[in-house]
Design a protein around this ligand. Structure first.
Ligand code: 5AD
Ligand code: SF4
Length: 480
């Protein structure tokens, strides 16, 4: 469907009507039984999925479901990821368990959505092996959830009882961006805000462009309005989300840069911290570096996926930068923001990776001195160019390199954490510590965690904390 303002608004109106219709149905049932139906969402994968789950949760709450923290719920949804094979396997494992729950809970609805559902092989397997699943939808039409629930319930009623009439609705791609539907934010004081959907890069190992479609930027005014309203509701921190935020605005008319968007967000009163994720190195402009350097609000943390340090492999990965480009970019960023924490993603065992290629990766890791890195064993994704490349790497070889890399990264991150030991830092207080209720947990600007004694009344505010001791992944601190 072609995107116009009008079709987006019409679609939103249609969905709101269906949400209201279901709400009436659920309210009537509640009056009869005195019991509200429950829902539970299991989210796999990245921040995009977490944000999608918040939207889904908003729709379910508006209909009249109440959230429960166990999978034994009236409506159970798995929001799936498929970036690596083991993400898929985890979902099949959970589904086996969900099937057992459903046997004991007549009328239970089981739904699946997210990236894995964009793959026809996965959907075929579910149809065959997990026929008790009720609803399957993809990444492009989560706004239709109420409509799909209504269809499933109507199908069930036609049969006189709950029969297995799986409702499947998967779109290959879309131009639609449906705004203004219900929303359920996990935290009132920090929020993820989508700015661009999809990816155009087709890195040769990556399935994301096939399951999330082409790049579509949200209108700047919609983004600004959303952040203003978040700030009015008490948000202090926003995380701008996109598979490649640096592409923001290239598809808008008139075009606008990500750096310009950041400058507009910076002006919003009440927002004190701005983060963004993820940045493709090839698109990170000098304009953005300059904005980061002069900003009062952009956090001193940048996640900049390297993937490999070997120029030869980067070319085969279709990353469009060399080892030298990456190192040059890092030195320009460090010049503008000297205390920046850099984190990265690295893939080990990409087809054809030699020991020399791997040494190049270790060399970049050492030269940059990342604060932390997410390391991944290469996982073959059917449909991507890398899946059919010759020279797939033996698992034992990849695993051995992976362990070596992890060792280096652990050393670097312990060293990086020491940098802030015995300093006072601004900390956004997020929650009561899950292991010790006398402690609060908060985040530094560079995204590291700190645990410190304090009263829960300060949750949601930015306070100053003395960092007594670094424990590798977190600090122990004292409120100043
Ligand atoms: N195998 C291993 N890691 C992958 N990633 C993406 N695709 C694959 C794959 N096929 C990693 C990349 C990316 C991160 C989100 O997941 O490092 O940046
Ligand atoms: Fe995947 Fe590359 Fe797009 Fe990132 S930029 S989502 S790694 S294709």
């Amino acid at each position: 469907m072609k995107r116009t303002e009008n079709t987006n608004e019409l679609e939103a109106k249609k969905q709101l009507d269906i949400i209201n219709e279901l709400k009436e149905r659920f309210d009537t049932e509640f009056k009869k039984t005195g019991i509200r139906k429950t829902y539970h969402i299991e989210t796999f994968g990245c921040q995009m999925n977490s944000r999608d789950s918040e939207k889904i949760s908003g729709i379910l709450k508006q209909i009249g479901f109440v959230e429960t923290d166990t999978e034994d719920a009236d409506f159970l949804l798995y929001n799936t990821c498929t970036v690596r094979e083991n993400a898929n396997n985890r979902v099949y494992g959970r589904l086996g368990y969900a099937g057992k729950l459903k046997k004991k809970r007549p009328g239970m609805l089981i739904a699946l959505c997210g990236c894995m559902m964009q793959e026809s092989t996965a959907v075929e397997r579910i149809k065959k092996s997990y026929p008790f699943v009720d609803i399957i939808f993809g990444t492009h039409n989560i706004f239709k959830l109420a409509e799909l629930i209504k269809t499933r319930l109507d199908n069930g009623e036609k049969g006189g009882k709950h029969i297995n009439n799986m409702v499947i609705d998967i779109w290959k791609d879309t131009d639609l961006i449906v705004e203004d539907l219900p929303n359920d934010r996990k935290f009132p004081f920090k929020a993820g805000v989508n700015i661009i959907f999809g990816c155009n890069n087709f890195c040769s190992y990556c399935i994301v462009p096939y399951v999330r479609g082409r790049e579509r930027s949200r209108n700047i005014q919609d983004i600004i309005d959303e952040i203003k309203s978040l700030a009015d509701d008490g948000a202090k921190e926003v995380m701008l989300l996109g598979q490649n935020v640096n592409s923001y605005g290239k598809d808008l008319n008139p075009k606008i840069s990500f750096a310009k968007l950041l400058q507009e967000v910076e002006k919003i009163d009440g927002i004190e911290r701005i983060r963004f994720m993820t940045s493709h190195p090839k698109d990170l402009s000098q304009e953005l570096i300059d904005v980061m350097g002069s900003s009062q609000k952009i956090c001193n943390h940048l996640h900049l996926p390297l993937q490999s340090g070997s120029t030869r492999l980067l070319k085969i990965m279709n990353r469009k930068y060399s080892k030298e480009d990456y190192l040059d970019l890092v030195s320009r960023i460090r010049k503008a923001v000297p205390d920046i924490s850099l984190t990265t993603d690295i893939i080990v065992g990409f087809p054809g990776e030699t020991e020399d290629d791997f040494m190049e990766t270790l060399d970049v890791v050492q030269k940059v001195g990342f604060d932390n890195a997410f390391t991944f064993l290469y996982s073959k994704r059917t449909g991507t160019p890398a899946a059919t490349m010759e020279n797939q790497i033996e698992e034992s070889v990849a695993k051995e390199r992976f362990d070596r890399l992890l060792g280096v990264i652990q050393e670097l991150s312990a060293k990086a954490a020491k940098r802030y030991e015995h300093t006072v830092q601004d900390v956004l207080v997020e929650e009561v510590n899950s292991h010790d209720e006398n402690l609060l947990t908060g985040r530094l600007g560079n995204n590291m965690l700190v645990h410190f004694p304090g009263d829960p009344s300060i949750i949601g505010s930015i306070v100053q904390v003395y960092l007594n001791e670094s424990k590798g992944f977190y600090y122990i601190g004292t409120l100043v």
